[in-house]
Design a protein around this ligand. Structure first.
Ligand code: ZN
Length: 274
């Protein structure tokens, strides 16, 4: 499933390609994906309009014109890729966005958990998909450590599960929660309300670093790079504990362990993360 770093890489690539450019035409090849596509409204928002910006909120990409925005969520298997207009359509291509000359963006989603939706101009923080999202972890104006500390004071759930609550902070998926807790030397099972402010501040720095590293390593999304298992390239790099059960901890050589928390695998070092 695409995570925040992959979506951020995509947004940066799409922004470079689309900002200031006019979308000539839009076509939808089926009426629905996860939900019905608001095709008529999206055509009004996009067709013949210049793209004023491309932004990200959580794992949603927003392509803005002066009429509103197209919201894109990649779901489990969605891709939003640049292509030549003349190139053959791959199976499960659901939408085409024509630009000038021979350039076309395509939305492809085999499992159809993705979303294409319209966002009105005054709706960017109140749209039902966007309204409940927590803070952006990479936003400089937000003190993430203080925010996590404040939000956790009455919460006894394990800190790893707390970090993955997208109403608290967006984009700290399973991989990044395990990796940042390992980097910060925090036991994933500690009740969140028991962590000190200093620990949350340290954790926040590692969350930002883990996500930034993944974004830096993942800038190939627009070219649709996949490894042999179909995963984006950055999943192969820089992981210390995630997916490394029975391998030595890179810091102390203790065997990395796996446990299940809230139905998801957590990878950790029982010596480093007391
Ligand atoms: Zn260790």
């Amino acid at each position: 499933m695409p995570e925040l770093p992959e979506v951020e890489s995509l947004v940066r690539g799409v922004r470079d390609a689309l900002k200031g450019k006019r979308i000539a035409n839009v076509s939808f090849l089926r009426p629905d994906i996860r939900e019905v596509i608001p095709a008529e409204r999206l055509k009004e928002i996009l067709s013949g309009q210049k793209v004023t910006d491309v932004s990200r909120r959580g794992k949603y990409m927003l392509i803005h014109t002066k009429e509103g925005a197209l919201g894109v969520h990649l779901g489990m298997s969605g891709r939003f890729v640049a292509s030549d207009k003349s190139a053959c359509l791959v199976p499960h291509t659901h939408a085409l966005f024509d630009l000038e000359k021979n350039l076309q963006f395509r939305f492809i989603d085999p499992r159809r958990f993705g979303r294409l939706f319209s966002v009105e101009k005054n709706e960017t923080s109140t749209h039902p998909f966007l309204a409940k999202l927590g803070v952006e972890p990479l936003e400089d104006e937000i003190d993430l450590g203080d925010h996590l500390f404040d939000a956790s004071r009455s919460r006894s759930q394990a800190v790893k599960v707390f970090l993955m609550d997208s109403e608290v902070v967006v984009g700290v998926g399973n991989i990044y929660a395990s990796e940042s807790l390992w980097r910060a030397k925090i036991n994933p099972q500690i009740p969140s309300k028991n962590l000190k402010l200093s620990q949350f501040r340290k954790l926040a720095l590692h969350i930002k670093a883990v996500l930034s590293d993944a974004i830096d390593a993942g800038g190939t999304t627009l070219r649709d790079y996949r490894d042999k298992d179909g995963k984006p390239g950055y999943f192969q790099t820089n992981l210390a504990v995630y997916g490394k059960e029975s391998m030595p901890c890179p810091r102390c050589r203790t065997t990395v362990r796996r446990m299940i928390q809230a139905a998801r695998s957590t990878f950790f070092c029982s010596v480093c993360q007391k």
